[in-house]
Design a protein around this ligand. Sequence first.
Ligand SMILES: Cc1cc2nc3c(=O)[nH]c(=O)nc-3n(C[C@H](O)[C@H](O)[C@H](O)COP(=O)(O)OP(=O)(O)OC[C@H]3O[C@@H](n4cnc5c(N)ncnc54)[C@H](O)[C@@H]3O)c2cc1C
Length: 505
Amino acid sequence: MLAKSGESFYDTPSKRQFTGKEMLYKRSEKINKKYDVIVIGSGLGGLTAANKLAKSGHSVLILEAHNKLGGFATWFFRKNKKHIFDVSLHGFPIGMKKTCRKYWNKEIADSIIQVKDVRFINPQYNLQTDFTKEDFSKKLVEDFKISKDKVDEFFNYLAQMNFYDDQSMTNRELFEKFFPGRNDVTRFLMEPICYANGSTLDDPAITYGIVFSNFMSKGVYTFEGGTDRLIKMMRDELLKNNVDIKMNSKVEKILIEDKKITGIITNGEPVYSDTVLTNANIQTSVLKLCDQEHFNSEFLEKTKNIRLNTSSCQVYIALKEDQSIPHIGELVFTSTKEKFDTESLLDLDITSRTYSIYYPEIRPQDEFPKTAIVSSTNARFEDWEKMSDEDYKLEKKKMIDETIDHLETLLPNIREKIDFIDAATPLTVKKYTHHPKGTSFGTKFEGLEVSMNLHKQVEGLFHAGSVGIIMSGWLGAANYGVIQANEIDSYLYNKNELGVTHARF
Ligand SMILES: Cc1cc2nc3c(=O)[nH]c(=O)nc-3n(C[C@H](O)[C@H](O)[C@H](O)COP(=O)(O)OP(=O)(O)OC[C@H]3O[C@@H](n4cnc5c(N)ncnc54)[C@H](O)[C@@H]3O)c2cc1C
């Protein structure tokens, strides 16, 4: 799996995968010339928006550059489909259940199950939790010896934070305010969120407050059957709702005339629409897919100044068929670093690894369910990009070797049980998702304002994708898809009132 030498990361099916009457197209097949809405990209934001818009009666086309739906919500096979790995199915908040029930279907919502055993292992503490507010409060009082009043005050403060008023305080200031000098408490409260969305101590505390409160409402959840099962169920629902989907179709250009959307160009051909929702990165959408003359200079400046979030490295480990491991938790946050600081989470010299352990029960549908382990670490794109091909290979090998060494401390003799191991770096992420600098979690806070105001610059142009930390992750992306679908729905409704839309029903 070498992004530098062009090896494949995801599974590449060579044939059309689906048959029947569904409107799923490969490169050679035809799509309509005009749609009510064109969605660029099939991440969870794009898919959820497309489904909602189709259910509201609009004709919708999804164009996806890759040969798979899902964006980061993805998986890949190795060893002739003997092993399957989930890339971003580690944990999301309970809210995903409600979002899926409301905007997808009951079957999808019912497959969302709790990750009950979350562990933290680092020089400051070794704890097991179900990641609920009740258990975190208990641990803060009993293990970290914080007074109950202070813990309650902290949680109440987070619950009352207001998105529009509370943008100046940083995470660092938040933790210093409530737990001065307590690096261990900061680590306990912050490390999982850093891992979940790339936050740092210098990001606005409001982004932490929202994401942490989401997780804390009822713990961490996962999808039974794996990402492949979820995306297949979503695909079936989209097809049922008459969404047209075209894979292998990178959008090269968004067409704009007189500050209004007219369509897009994909594979050299135009497809027309008055409304485009882009699920690509916000900077790519504005600065690469559109001609700049359609935006005012202040907006362009803001777009250029958006900071990207960091990227990720992962090590994928599959056990031999006849091998198993003892239960050591489903999500295991580990660090060998004495003290917590968000910068060292990104270092090439890796000290922090979060293991997602996929015990056989998570894929009950598999004929021969096996154990897989994915070790994830946040990383800087720049560190990996500047390496020569030779150094890149060596650094990957080092990452793999050191991960096994570390895993041996949790699971003695794991080395002998491994059937397959490989790794992905920020370059792999960039190569397969088209995200600049392989950003795993979209943009920093300022990306949200640009994303939400896009349609004010160009009529009919909307964005739903990971921005502002809050609108990222499985739940954030899906919910942002819903928010933007509502915007588009009312936009189309108003146009319809004037008699210019071409909705199907
Ligand atoms: C290693 C890793 C681990 C993660 N773990 C978790 C986790 O445990 N829990 C969690 O909640 N979140 C996790 N995330 C984050 C989460 O997966 C993402 O935030 C979310 O899936 C992003 O959805 P999105 O809608 O922004 O679109 P994306 O997933 O970014 O998808 C965008 C899609 O647009 C397509 N596209 C881009 N440009 C074009 C174009 N020009 N034409 C056509 N198509 C285009 C891309 O190919 C892609 O399919 C993780 C991410 C990474 C990288």
